[in-house]
Design a protein around this ligand. Sequence first.
Ligand SMILES: [Mn+2]
Length: 238
Amino acid sequence: MTSQKKTYFVSDLHLFSNRSQEHRYRDEILAKAAGAERFVLGGDIFDFRWSTMASHEETAARAAHWLRELAMDRPDCWFHFVLGNHDYHASFIERLDHLRDRLANLSWYPFYVRLGSAVFLHGDVADRRMTAEKLLDRRALWLHKRKRGRAASRLYDLAVSGHLHRPVVHLARRKRTVARRILRYLEEIGEGPSTGLRNVYFGHTHVAVSDYAFGGVLFHNGGAPIKGLHFRILEAET
Ligand SMILES: [Mn+2]
């Protein structure tokens, strides 16, 4: 891999929610994109569920603006935008085709993107045993999901600042379960190890994982830029 051919992966920025510390990493994202061939944004980049904006329309407009600015600032980098559950909102999805048509370096995908020997996906497929069809059904629940109110949001922030949401027990077992479910899904959609799959990059769980081997594939997760959690921008092997 030459220095001009780098691919980066980031997920779970949860922009527009109180808990996001995306601003601490903005410069790093821009700097890495400057030297990269590709940058995969792996879902929950924007958070419609916990947005502090007045309406979904405003969140969608700001999300589109953020994406457009990023792509225009770094025209030599191709941005692959994969939706997560928190940005799988109708008001935003409506804008994505328009955005892609106007920008030369943006693609978007509802569930995953395959680049060479790697798959990039959000990871909510690992919430339970899931097929592609079940994932579609579950995601449909997010399309018109209402914003959470201010009180719920405040309680959530308190939980976050108290680290109550921190993943705790049986982490090793959890990691294996997540890897197994993702792999089963990938096999079902025809992207399994027999097709040359070597690396899987995912988010959603907010638990940083690197080089976790399962079923002949390596799994990686950059975590999330939320207080108390580990986060990093991953360089991907494709
Ligand atoms: Mn998620």
